[in-house]
Design a protein around this ligand. Structure first.
Ligand code: ZN
Length: 268
């Protein structure tokens, strides 16, 4: 009988049409009605700043003086103090618009945005995913996870796994519930993050000589992803490529001083 699957397909389509009428898709940042789930309203879209080359080969910080730089140029910060990760790429700069998206995702009812974010992340460097072995989300402390009911980095990681045919391994755990980082100096923030992550003992053998994609929602000073990369490298990872939805640019005036983010999220 071939009519049954067809009937099922039409029933599902009809069901979604009814849901769209009753609960129209809304912008993941502003809540305005948009034409499809996961879309961003036109106004918000025009305020998003997608990061484009040229940027530092390692940390991905965009260069302001583009003309004189080659594709493999490194920024002064990476030359002076090379990070533990091999590369870091972000889809967006952190500004009012991307902040709205991330807050809607993290604290609003917009978790389906993970699919949109994963698509943007993949587009930043498809070649890196081609050589990667698996995805590791930056973990939340269990208490934070329990409060929020989900780990935003894991949601993005799962969506990315579907797009890249990679698997997600929860290879890291967070063992300290640190106090707020707000108001702390960079040095104190780094100290706060240090020792916060450990490798899941059950996955140590899986990590050795592997190229790991590390996922977080936002990168500010880079302290969190750097610490995660350090722990993974120490456990034998060959390469760690970091991806985030957005990043705070160095030398920017846009450096939020609110409690938007988790206490441990590098300064918030
Ligand atoms: Zn750099």
């Amino acid at each position: 009988m071939r009519t049954k699957p067809l009937l099922k397909k039409y029933t599902v389509t009809l069901m979604w049409n009814v849901i769209d009428v009753l609960l129209p898709p809304r912008c993941i940042g502003t809540g305005e009605i948009v034409s499809a789930q996961g879309m961003v309203s036109q106004d918000l879209w025009s305020d998003l700043d997608f990061i484009a080359a040229p940027y530092c080969r390692i940390c991905g910080q965009p260069f302001e003086l583009a003309d004189e730089l080659s594709d493999d140029a490194e920024c002064a910060s990476c030359i002076a103090d090379p990070p533990k990760f091999d590369t870091a790429r972000s889809a967006l700069t952190y500004n009012d618009a991307s902040r709205k998206l991330l807050l809607g995702f993290k604290y609003g009812d917009q978790q389906h945005a993970a699919v949109t974010f994963a698509t943007w992340i993949k587009n930043t460097a498809p070649d890196i995913f081609a050589s990667a072995d698996f995805i590791v989300p930056v973990p939340l402390h269990w208490r934070r996870h329990w409060q929020r009911r989900f780990n935003q980095s894991a949601l993005i990681g799962s969506a990315l796994a579907k797009l890249t045919n990679l698997t997600v391994r929860h290879a890291l755990t967070r063992r300290r519930f640190t106090s707020t980082q707000k108001g702390l100096s960079r040095k104190d923030r780094l100290k706060n993050v240090r020792m916060a992550f450990v490798v899941n003992p059950a996955l140590i053998e899986k990590i050795k000589n592997k190229h790991i994609v590390l996922i977080d929602d936002v990168m500010t000073s880079g302290a969190t992803v750097n610490e995660c990369a350090k722990v993974l490298k120490r456990a034998g990872a060959k390469k760690v490529s970091v991806f985030t939805v957005a990043r705070v640019l160095r030398n920017t005036e846009y450096y939020p001083d609110t409690d938007d983010f988790d206490p441990i999220d590098e300064g918030y």
